[in-house]
Design a binder for this molecule. Sequence first.
Ligand code: XUL
Ligand code: MN
Length: 345
Amino acid sequence: MPGTFRFSFGPWNIHEGADPFGPMVRPTVPFAEKLTLYKKLGFDGVQFHDDDAVPELNDKSSAQIEKEAQEMRRMLEGEGLVAEFVAPRLWEDSRTIDGGFTANSERDRQYAIDRTRQCIDIARAVGTNFMVVWLAREGTYIREAKDAKLAVERLVTAINQMLAHDSDIRIAIEPKPNEPMDLAYIPTIGHAIGLSYLTDDPSRVGSLVESAHAILAGLDPSDEMAYALAHNKLWSVHLNDQNGLKFDEDKAFGAVDLRRAFMQVWVLDRSGYGRNGEFVGLDVKAMRTQKAEQATQHLSNSREIFLALLDVVRGLDAERIDSLIAERNYELLEMEIIRALMGRS
Ligand code: XUL
Ligand code: MN
């Protein structure tokens, strides 16, 4: 029986359009207003950074953080939404300039783990036991700057500290090969999963595949997803698209390469993704040129493209596909897929 999908995104996906070369081009949408948009756009889950849930948390006491996180949970309930995960925003503080968990400075490593423990507490208070960790600055600009083997050991130590902090917390590593760093220590899903097996409780360490990050690593996102699925470790996705090897573009899902998007939907649907409550997350940005009034269309468009591709996947003649595979007639198989994508089958 085909499953149904639930969709999520993070509040950072409704944004002001600033880039490294220019300022904001759209006014800030207040957080409470963003929450009212989720259901209208067809979304049920909210992905948080820790300071989306509790702003300026470094300046607040644990009791205050707990109180504000509980208020956030009530706001979610008021909108009929749930928190999918909370992710520690570890890349903006002056103490994480040279990385958090892999920093050479012990003081900086301590900050990273303290902040992540706080993130876990926030996750629990907003109603989820799921944390995503994007290892933004765990890498280098020059390889001589850090000991790469020690860096992996430090990542394992940090994850073990997270697992020990809360016996129910589940952690998904979101790999990315570069940006902001030149070279990251955990660039692909294979690295993320390899890391999970070094930890004290691999059953609580999984992964999140982002389409654009896989493409930046020169890999196919659907194969990255399949690899994680084979390990029962695909616990979330960040669907989007990417026009080749450049900065992380976070384009609308399927906007660059419809066939590559189709394959991701194919793999997710065929594996039963979503049946254990996994969300289809979208990590997409509106174009900088987009006027404020339409700066949420990239979200509803990405969802619509996913659902349209789901129709294509489910509309394929499975017997015919199987027989083309058995005959090794891949030219015709390819043509049939392209025809389906063009609405000409
Ligand atoms: C960065 C990225 C982040 C993570 C969440 O490229 O994708 O938004 O998804 O921390
Ligand atoms: Mn992402």
